[in-house]
Write a protein that binds this ligand. Structure first.
Ligand code: PAF
Length: 290
């Protein structure tokens, strides 16, 4: 005889009052938290499965955060699929979906949140200068959600490598008693890093998008054999050789400080990160080199 696994019925809380009531059923339990902006896919599912396996209860937030978009068109066109998302996570064993309104997370209203965060300088490279205000807006929503959800563990994917490093930094700096769990990049069978933005690609763009991963993977064999600058040049040219793709940047960085390096000996842990346009969609990816 095996004992059936009893799970609670999933609650969809669309405001703070409903969330707090649903959350109170799990007081004293380890809550696993997976923050998302919705348009959920297998990448999110991999974080959720890990959270379900490791925690007593799992909360998924589904909120397209206006303060982290530096491009209004990107915010307007970001896919919003709440009903579909709820059906998707229910079968994964999620206990609460928190899909708040803007007023629930930014009660000060007006021009949203004005809080400015110390991000330890980790926002000075990569996505930081290219998306002004993005990481501060991300810190605003993540800390607000941490305050509301009060998780024991929070799960983030390495596709947003810089975001993850910044979240680890402010979680420590602000003394949140939360374990940040790093999860590997989930990829489609053809190598494309899973992202909600992939839904915005045309079929032609989707067909060539795996080229990005193919090109950045080749950099692994270049480490120590050719210079850092030459590696960046070859990877950039290889990506741009596909006419539907346009590289915004390729950087080779110290995985801990996120600072770009110029020589392989400069860091023990090294990563390559990039942003590439399949116009107007902007895709990011990264790979561990060392
Ligand atoms: O990675 C994301 O989807 C978002 O940046 C996050 C962490 C949910 C905050 O809005």
């Amino acid at each position: 005889m095996f004992a059936p696994i009893l799970r609670s019925i999933m609650i969809v809380a669309k405001n703070l009052t409903d969330f707090n009531e649903a959350r109170s059923a799990f007081d004293g339990k380890i809550i696993g938290f997976v923050p998302t902006m919705g348009a959920l896919h297998e990448g999110h599912a991999s974080l959720i499965r890990k959270a379900v396996a490791e925690c007593d209860a799992v909360v998924v937030s589904d909120f397209v955060n206006p303060t982290q978009f530096n491009n209004q068109n990107d915010f307007n066109t970001y896919p919003r699929t709440l009903d579909q998302d709820c059906a998707f996570v229910e079968q994964l064993g999620v206990d609460i979906v928190f899909a708040p309104g803007v007023g629930d997370v930014y009660p000060q209203g007006g021009d949203f949140d004005k809080k400015v965060f110390d991000l330890g300088g980790l926002d000075e490279y990569g996505e930081g200068p290219r998306r002004p205000g993005h990481f501060n807006g991300m810190a605003q929503i993540v800390t607000r959600l941490f305050d509301i959800v009060r998780p024991g563990k929070a799960y983030f994917g390495e596709k947003d490598f810089q975001q993850l490093a910044i979240i680890e930094y402010f979680t420590r700096a602000l003394n949140y008693p939360i374990e940040i769990v790093r999860c590997p990049i989930a990829r489609a069978e053809d190598g494309l890093a899973l992202s909600s933005r992939n839904e915005l690609l045309t079929p032609e763009q989707r067909a060539v998008a795996p080229h990005i991963y193919k090109c950045i993977s080749k950099a692994v064999d270049m480490v120590g054999n050719i210079s850092v600058a030459e590696t960046i040049k070859r990877v950039t040219e290889a990506i741009d050789s596909e006419k539907l793709l346009r590289t915004e940047y390729v950087e080779i960085i110290n995985s801990l400080t996120l600072q770009p390096i110029t020589h392989w000996e400069q860091a023990e842990h090294i990563r390559l990160s990039c942003a590439v346009y399949a116009d107007p969609v902007r895709l990011i990816d990264n790979i561990k080199l060392k």
